[in-house]
Design a protein around this ligand. Sequence first.
Ligand code: ADP
Ligand code: MG
Length: 472
Amino acid sequence: MDKTSEILFLKNVIKELVEKIRKTDFLTYFKKLSIVSIDENTVVFWVISSFAKDNISHKFYSEIKQIVVAIIPEIKAIDFIVDSNIDNPSNHKSIDCLKEYKELTNKKKKEEIEDSNNVEWSEIKTINEKYKFENFIVWPSNQLPFSACEAVSRKPWSAYNPLFIYGNVWLGKTHLLQATGNAIKSKFKDKKVIYTTADRFANDYITNVKKRTIEKMKEKYRSIDVLVIDDVQFLSWKEQTQQELYNIFNILYESNKQIILSWDRAPRELTELEPRLKSRFEWWIIVDISEPDFETRLAILQEKSRAREFIIPQEVAEFIAYNSGSNVRELEWILNQIIAEYELHNTPPTIENVAARLNKLAITDKLLGNNKTKKMSIKSYDELIDVVSEHFAITKKDILSEDRRKENQIPRQVAMYLLKNYLNYTLERIGNIFSWRNHSAVLYSCKKLEQILKKDQKLFYEINVLRDKLGI
Ligand code: ADP
Ligand code: MG
């Protein structure tokens, strides 16, 4: 080791020591320190007096050795000597520990002050790869927010600004917001895109107020090109923060910066919100995400299982889509349960085992809670058609056919009516089941049956029997 490296090594040892031992001990025993030699496995230190040597080697041997080994792992031992020749500057350069101590503590203080001047700033830097436009399934009730976000990502600062998305939880707001942020980031590399949540914003605000760095925080926000704030509802009770956010919005908006927000309620419903902020929201571009219907839930389930390379039998998928709640996360959750069951026990999903599993996990009540009239005993449209055709003593082929004979027509209308009113099937879907009739033909059949039912007490009774059989 040359002289410069030795000094550097020694300074490092001292720095660590200052951290490790009490201030008075350091200043008492380590007045001056120098390196005599560093060989393959021993470091020999020079110390100023025998008093220092005795105390250091008794009290701080292990601390110093630990520090030394952390820097040079090969070292096996350390030693201390007192030699009046060594402090000769031309020979060995010793370090004045008091001076070193002062420098170190001053530096630390400065760092602390600088640190306290740093603005608290929580943006979510890690782009979640999960959230992309490509893996966002578009359905009728989220088409508008999806298109709006896509338009913003293609042409921020012009199309829809500020863009405000609201909708119930788990309907994909975070997914859309992050996807938009990510798309803008990759397209406009020099622009500053910030994604954060209102909660983080509020926490930052409070911390910066405490640290008296609020002006710096504002300055930082002013430099943003695209500001994405998720879950703004968390601000509803924080008045000061709302006020600040309002000011920031105004500044960004006036300098033509893009703002995108999400909220889990419609702004009109928010009574706690500061009136100015609320009125601002009301004339912004607002789009809402609403819940997926049965068809969409089915499509989501199929899409998600395809993505996981797992095949769910159609009737099981329908059963889940029918019985599950109306958000994507719940569907994902059920799918995960099914896949785990398959991977762990090699049990392929059937309606029975899925129902049993969901029952066991006490999810049934929750699922049923979404629509009290639904019952788990319903299996699929297939079973409904079986039960109806058996009841009227006709074949399944006949009930599904285009044949217009009266004895087939009534059972067919009854099946359609039950599917529409009790299984919430859409007209299109019913049409597809019944030889690809179009939806107005289905609607016509259902209306026709309703008229018949008004007069035909017996048929009305039969429908109730069927409902009872089916448990719907
Ligand atoms: P929110 O923010 O509205 O509460 P999230 O964006 O967190 O909802 O969505 C919940 C989960 O459902 C996420 O895993 C998300 O990727 C997924 N998800 C929601 N909507 C869709 C969709 N349309 N296509 C694909 N995945 C979706
Ligand atoms: Mg969210």
